[in-house]
Design a protein around this ligand. Sequence first.
Ligand code: HEC
Length: 130
Amino acid sequence: MRNLVKLTAIGAAAAATFGSGALLAADPPAGNAAAGKVVFAKCAACHTVVAGQNRLGPSLAGVIGRKAGSVAGYNYSPAMKAANRTWTKAELDAYLANPRVRLPGVKMIFAGLPSPQDRANLIAYLAAPQ
Ligand code: HEC
């Protein structure tokens, strides 16, 4: 009985922690640009980080803070043109987790990066490609 009381108390503490959103609102993992360069190999078939150099996808030079669908001379899908969003780190994180769910109709054929750490590393690399 004593043990049961103890367990109930632990359960209540855990519920309070979750209920406050403290765990869910945790900061994303810190990114490592060198590790992100390795992740970028998955993007490199279609993207460069060289300004003005578009491939199948638009150049990702300076993408962080850029308005979606705004690279001159690149032929975006109507969905990307109408997306009306800015590539903040948080928006990139959400998009790269599952591009076609986050932005239905885009013509980027990429399943997404399920690992939050991979995404954080990649975003660190895109912020400062080397
Ligand atoms: C198979 C080719 C392909 C791969 C692989 C790919 N992309 Fe794309 N990407 C595209 C295309 C095509 C578009 C344009 C989408 C549209 O207009 O609907 C795009 C668009 C984007 C955009 C929006 C750019 C802008 O100017 O608004 C970002 C950001 C992006 N890709 C990041 C990535 C990252 C990071 C990776 C690797 C994890 C990746 N993509 C992998 C083809 C690809």
